[in-house]
Design a protein around this ligand. Sequence first.
Ligand code: ADP
Length: 477
Amino acid sequence: MTNSAIAQNLINGEWLGAADTQRMNPARPGKLAVVSPSSSAETLDQAISAAVDAQVGWAEMPMPARGAILITAGNLLFERKRAIAEDLVREEGKTIAEALGEVGRAIDVLRFFGSLGWAPTGEVLPSGTPDTTIYTRREPLGVVGLITPWNFPIAIPAWKTAPALISGNSVVLKPAELTPMSATHLARALADAGLPAGVLNIVHGKGRIVGDALARDNRVAGLSFTGSTAVGLGLHQILSERRARVQLELGGKNGVLVLDDADPRKAAKVVAAGGFGLTGQACTATSRVYYTPGIRQAFLDALAEEAGNFAPGDGLEHDTKMGVVVSDNQFAQNQAAVNGAIGRGATRLVGRHDENGLRFSPTVLTDIAHDDAAVREEIFGPVVAALEVADYEAGLAAINDSRYGLTAGICTDSLATSTDFARRAQAGVIKVNRPTSGLDLNVPFGGVKDSSTNTFREQGRTALDFFTWGKTVYTGI
Ligand code: ADP
């Protein structure tokens, strides 16, 4: 273990906290990945106080100067990219290629939001009164709380922190317990880039202690959360009761509709990339696929073949195509979901499990009922349920018959059908002939139904809306 695999709290510019909690490498039984503090609510209280004290000065710094710090932090991450990606693999389990891509995303996110330091922040509008000008301003919320999950342990903290900071907020970040190091690297880059003390604070620890206290503290004006639906809905209640702003990105049960006019090989690649890439551990992962009768055999044959390209292994070995499952708990959940479906009559077209090193092969379930739990509930593993539908309308209805609405996909050669699908599918992101997972950083992201708060979108310029409030100024002479 190198020194870098010690994650500490960052409070008022100081690295603090006894790193007393061990996180083992999920791919290498018995090998330590990182140690981090399990912080108390008192420690969080100090971090919030530091954020309160730092916020006004930060907001008064000219926006281009704030942006320059973000860009410098992005450049520092770029210099440290390989080492950070290796730490990420050790704590999370994805492949090194995926980890390098994710650190690359964090770099781009910092550069993108840094560049917004030079972008317009409001509008000038005509007034009906002579000699009067009207303009709009965006004001920071103040102190914002960020709670992030383990599956994108540096990209998600980056895409919440960067828009919060460029908008003039100070931040208290609570990263996931399983992956404390990646977010610590982000905080380190920002601190090294010259971010003033207290503007970004990071507090490691348990969700129900640190996360819960962050949500309840009246000094925290807004909370952005990505994680499980159950926890998110509880946080929504806490934040709503104290009338603070809340942004939630929760679960998904993302479906792809494969029509007879699609190329079966291309469709199989789209479904495999969305379902098995990132070990299926993405809220945008494909977990349901519906096909029309004419493409059934060719598509399922191609999907089974594609699944063979995703053999799981240690992400640090360069020929590994799919990383391991993040934890014993998640592995057990995947196994229970698959075995439960098989017990109810489903067929496992491909897939097997190896608990030693948490290797869970891509799994495709067929002969499965529309109302089976494996078709309706999020599994968060490389498991795709494949079902036949009579035609496009039946497939669209099946896609929409879900409590979730994050992403939805269609594979077709018909522009007319895909355009109709884009209009009628109930999801925040629509993918035509592209995997349901995989997002660009400069465009809005978020879902409907139980997938998101469906108010403020993340990513792109839209991300600034959550972290600011609008003011309209009338100026006369
Ligand atoms: P996952 O299944 O991705 O671990 P969680 O919702 O449990 O989803 O975790 C996402 C984030 O929410 C983590 O940082 C976790 O520590 C935090 N968290 C978990 N429980 C709570 C809670 N009761 N209050 C606030 N945050 C929580």
